[in-house]
Design a protein around this ligand. Structure first.
Ligand SMILES: *[C@@H]1O[C@H](CO)[C@@H](O)[C@H](O)[C@H]1NC(C)=O
Ligand SMILES: *[C@@H]1O[C@H](CO)[C@@H](O)[C@H](O)[C@H]1NC(C)=O
Ligand SMILES: *[C@@H]1O[C@H](CO)[C@@H](O)[C@H](O)[C@H]1NC(C)=O
Ligand SMILES: *[C@@H]1O[C@H](CO)[C@@H](O)[C@H](O)[C@H]1NC(C)=O
Ligand SMILES: *[C@@H]1O[C@H](CO)[C@@H](O)[C@H](O)[C@H]1NC(C)=O
Ligand SMILES: *[C@@H]1O[C@H](CO)[C@@H](O)[C@H](O)[C@H]1NC(C)=O
Ligand SMILES: *[C@@H]1O[C@H](CO)[C@@H](O)[C@H](O)[C@H]1NC(C)=O
Ligand SMILES: *[C@@H]1O[C@H](CO)[C@@H](O)[C@H](O)[C@H]1NC(C)=O
Length: 620
């Protein structure tokens, strides 16, 4: 789930130039990419004894729970699987049960057990995994090849390489990570989500929800991992990693505010640090990536912020939705999962250069339309360090194939989070899930495809090989500073907050190049309910000019439900001719961020240079 908050403050603008255009090289030529599929354990039914493989079987659906990163050797991929159908005890194979972390050979070879799989967490004695938490998501390798971060756990094979025969269940330890949020150090600590390991292997970044004034918010943090082998306070009272030197990746400075109010004027702060959802670290660890407050209306992008200086780079600008991202160890490349090419979001985001004003309230809804329940519209794309620019929108990684069922570019196989580069940057591992009911079949006009995978498996683990590349040597990583100068040191007992909203009233936003927008903000209680804008020859780039009106009203009957009333009648002229219009009765969208099922009446459509983009049908 992804949420963006409102950031406001009545202060002065600070701008920081990051690159001048002259510094940016031309985009790279497309490169040769070979795709292979990695093996996964065979599929079995949930019936005990239905698995005849000595090294376990997985569920047909969601048997691959998540693909992870490569080990540092580039020959093994970490995966989270859900084992099923285990032979009944006392068969020793019954350790292959439930939610586990495995290694998969990526070079076609086998472990000494003769299989391409090695379960790392299966059969680890309870004494060695006290306090282990259920979350094993986003499994990521440490650079020593001996430890894995999985969810809020660190799996540790001590002095042994995870791939070696010496790394057995008996030599493996699983320690939970605890973030103390209580003044007296008691309790289980704060809830931490979507952990990413900093390449210094000493720090992590993560997201955590807050609930203030009935609104669900999310903040991002960094923290240092400190092994506490004998805790005296807090739960669990077992060997664990405590997070120390925790920083909130936000503060109340103007630098964190995308729209700045100065009396009756609004200005857009294009260099604002607006960490909506933390997504990871760059290869050198100097930057954090995040989904930020949009730079263009309804266009959700990934940004990078320099952890030392706070300089921000916008990495993607394609109107479609982006969120999973990995930056290569040499910082030269990024791999993203993006809805680009699917036209999913074009009906609302296709018109470019619309300032992000209605987004004050609509961003949660406009980012929720990107998928239909379990159906993602993501495909993996490769971009260079500088990201989208001019006509460059990267190279689709899995472009090979004829689009037929089960082919490499079969659009019914949806990209999932995260794609990950090998440390030497010659490979990328990504995983996909086949669309399944109710996102297809039944009333849905999309028939459910039959999986062509062994056993009808509905997930698959893929490796892209960049065959023309030389391996990039491993370099030392400068440890992340324990102080993020532009963030806020976290104090236990406090809850971050920055929901300082713009007051109701009428404001003017002047185009950088021409014209203006009149912005009316309507408050209801302690929240902004409506943003209404009238554009007059508005232009930031001097190339396209915007006229017309747009207003959006958002209500939250529950914390996760967004009810949106949307009226657009916008016309853009100049280098691009575009329109963005709702039907006369408006466009009314109801969407819950927990399910992301599109449900609307009325229409919203966009034309760009004569191409018409319309909204998805309800439930699709
Ligand atoms: C594994 O499968 C079981 C049985 O279907 C299910 O209850 C459990 O939630 C699954 N675990 C994960 C992590 O998907
Ligand atoms: C920002 O200001 C609010 C309201 O004054 C305060 O509650 C909050 O703690 C501040 N947040 C940070 C990160 O300093
Ligand atoms: C899937 O297989 C079933 C049974 O063979 C068949 O009836 C159905 O048409 C197939 N679906 C598609 C989309 O090919
Ligand atoms: C620039 O804006 C002014 C009004 O502010 C308008 O008269 C003029 O036509 C605009 N220029 C273009 C090219 O739209
Ligand atoms: C939004 O625009 C529609 C159509 O122009 C109009 O009927 C409605 O009153 C406007 N709503 C607000 C709150 O400005
Ligand atoms: C619209 O067409 C013009 C002329 O071909 C082109 O310069 C411009 O980039 C196009 N706009 C978009 C958004 O594709
Ligand atoms: C935009 O519309 C104008 C006026 O109809 C036309 O002259 C121009 O060629 C169009 N530009 C593009 C890129 O389609
Ligand atoms: C249109 O959608 C809105 C918002 O979900 C809802 O309140 C309204 O009842 C719907 N109208 C019709 C005619 O379905």
């Amino acid at each position: 789930m992804f949420l963006l908050k409102v950031f406001f403050l009545l202060l002065q603008v600070v701008t920081v130039a990051v690159y001048s255009r002259a510094d940016i090289p031309p985009p790279p030529e497309p490169e040769p990419i070979e795709i292979i599929e990695l093996p996964l354990p065979p599929v079995a039914s949930a019936v005990e004894g239905s698995c005849t493989s000595g090294t376990g079987c997985i569920l047909q659906h969601a048997g691959l729970v998540q693909g992870g990163s490569f080990l540092p050797d580039g020959n093994h991929v970490i995966a989270r699987v859900n084992y099923t159908g285990a032979p009944a005890a006392p068969d020793p194979a019954s350790v292959y049960t439930g939610d586990q972390i495995i290694l998969v050979k990526a070079d076609g070879s086998s472990f000494s057990n003769g299989s391409p799989f090695k379960c790392i967490t299966c059969g680890v004695p309870q004494d060695s995994s006290q306090g282990k938490t259920e979350a094993l998501d986003y499994p990521q390798a440490f650079r020593d090849g001996r430890r894995i971060l999985a969810g809020t756990n660190i799996i540790d094979c001590g002095e042994f390489d995870l791939v070696s025969d010496e790394c057995t269940p008996e030599s493996t330890f699983i320690h939970p990570i605890r973030w103390n949020t209580a003044v007296d150090g008691s309790g289980e600590g704060g809830s931490i989500r979507e952990l990413r390991l900093h390449p210094d292997n000493l720090h992590i970044g993560f997201n955590s929800f807050t609930y203030d004034a009935g609104k669900l918010n999310q903040y991002a943090y960094t923290g240092r991992l400190a092994l506490n082998s004998a805790p005296t306070t807090g739960l669990p009272m077992a060997p664990r990693y405590d997070l120390t030197n925790v920083n909130v990746l936000s503060n109340n400075d103007t630098r964190n505010i995308p729209l700045i109010v100065d009396r009756d004027q609004i200005r857009i702060n294009t260099d604002a640090i607006t960490v909506g959802e933390f997504r990871g670290f760059s290869g050198s660890g100097k930057e954090a990536t995040y989904i930020g407050y949009p730079r263009e209306s309804s266009n959700i992008d990934v940004f990078a912020v320099d952890l030392a200086t706070g300089d921000v780079r916008r990495l993607t600008s394609h109107p479609e939705y982006c969120d999973p991202i990995d930056i290569s160890a040499d910082d030269e490349w990024m791999a993203i999962m993006d809805t680009r090419g699917s036209n999913r979001q074009m009906f609302m985001a296709g018109m470019r250069n619309v300032p992000p004003l209605t987004d004050i309230i609509s961003t949660t809804a406009t980012s929720s339309t990107r998928n239909n329940g379990q159906r993602r519209f993501f495909q993996p794309y490769l971009l260079d360090h500088y990201g989208d620019r001019d006509d460059y929108y990267g190279q689709q990684v899995n472009a090979a194939g004829d689009g037929s069922p089960g082919s490499i570019n079969d659009p019914q196989w949806n990209g999932m989070a995260d794609p990950r580069f090998s440390l030497d940057v010659t490979r990328l591992v990504y995983w996909q899930a086949l669309v399944v009911s109710p996102a297809c079949g039944g009333e849905n006009p999309l028939p459910c495809p039959n999986s062509t995978e062994p056993g009808g498996r509905t997930e698959r683990l893929m490796v892209a090989h960049f065959t023309s590349r030389q391996p990039v040597p491993v370099t030392d990583i400068e440890p992340l500073s324990d102080t993020i100068s532009w963030g806020t040191p976290y104090e236990p007992g406090t809850v971050p907050s920055r929901e300082l909203f713009i007051s109701g009233g009428v404001y003017t936003l002047y185009g950088t190049a021409n014209g203006s927008a009149q912005v009316t903000i309507v408050e209801n209680g302690d929240a902004i309910e409506t943003v209404a804008v009238t554009y007059e020859s508005y232009s930031d780039d001097g190339l396209t000019f915007l006229d017309g009106t747009e207003n959006i009203t958002v209500r939250n009957p529950t914390v996760t439900l967004n009810e949106v009333d949307w009226y657009s009648d916008l016309t853009q002229r100049g280098q691009t001719n575009a329109t963005k219009k709702t039907s006369p009765d408006g466009f009314h969208l109801s969407i819950d961020v927990n399910t992301n099922i599109f449900n609307a009446n009325g229409t919203l459509s966009t034309t760009v240079n004569g191409t018409l983009y319309t909204q998805p049908a309800n439930g699709t």
